[in-house]
Write a protein of this length. Structure first.
Length: 202
């Protein structure tokens, strides 16, 4: 059974800046939601069916989590060494998903320095995964940048839903992201939420 990779946003990594106006807490929450939304949309678009949800509801020291199958969910055993070798395409997709989080926050206005601190655990995972692909971090970061630019409407839509509801499951992520495409998806989203939980506000 595939394992789940949880992209956590911890209290220690929380982006902090001084703001001249507006609510700093609201800004930070917006950046967190865009960070996690970028992870979730990347997982949805690059590896459909591998995500299980996303949340910005704090739990202990964790401020946000996007859950997706890890890079070792697909691969093969090396007959000579008996070591598991992950699928290069999956590894590269996961790296793009990891890098998308920081870029999503930056695109939402988070200062680059704060976004870097917040993505520290993502960067550690990227460093570990690069050994399984011939591509460089720079080339995959460019791919992640193009992805975030292309899917920005979907990322923003998912981030706004996270700010409103706190948690989205995999079906909601897909329906919300697709709202930026066919308009009929709005009715599907409302219908799904009514079936899943009639008491939950839409």
């Amino acid at each position: 059974m595939p394992t789940r990779q949880h992209r956590r946003y911890s209290q220690r990594e929380r982006p902090k800046v001084s703001t001249a106006g507006g609510s700093q807490k609201s800004l930070e929450l917006s950046w967190i939601s865009h960070h996690e939304a970028a992870h979730a949309v990347a997982c949805l678009r690059l590896r459909p069916g591998s995500g299980s949800g996303v949340t910005i509801v704090p739990s202990g020291s964790t401020l946000g989590v996007a859950s997706c199958e890890d890079a070792f969910s697909t691969g093969q055993i090396d007959q000579r060494t008996s070591e598991f070798i992950p699928d290069v395409r999956v590894v590269e997709a996961v790296i793009v998903e990891l890098l998308a989080g920081r870029l999503g926050a930056i695109s939402a206005g988070c200062p680059t320095s704060a976004a870097k601190v917040a993505a520290r655990s993502d960067d550690d995972k990227v460093a570990d995964l690069l050994q399984f692909t011939p591509r460089t971090r720079s080339s995959l970061r460019k791919k992640a940048m193009r992805f975030v630019e292309r899917e920005w409407k979907a990322i923003s839509a998912v981030a706004q839903e996270l700010l409103q509801h706190g948690t989205l499951d995999d079906v909601e992520i897909e329906l919300v992201a697709d709202l930026t495409r066919p308009q009929e998806a709005q009715a599907e989203l409302v219908s799904y939420r009514q079936i899943r939980s009639p008491r939950r506000p839409t």
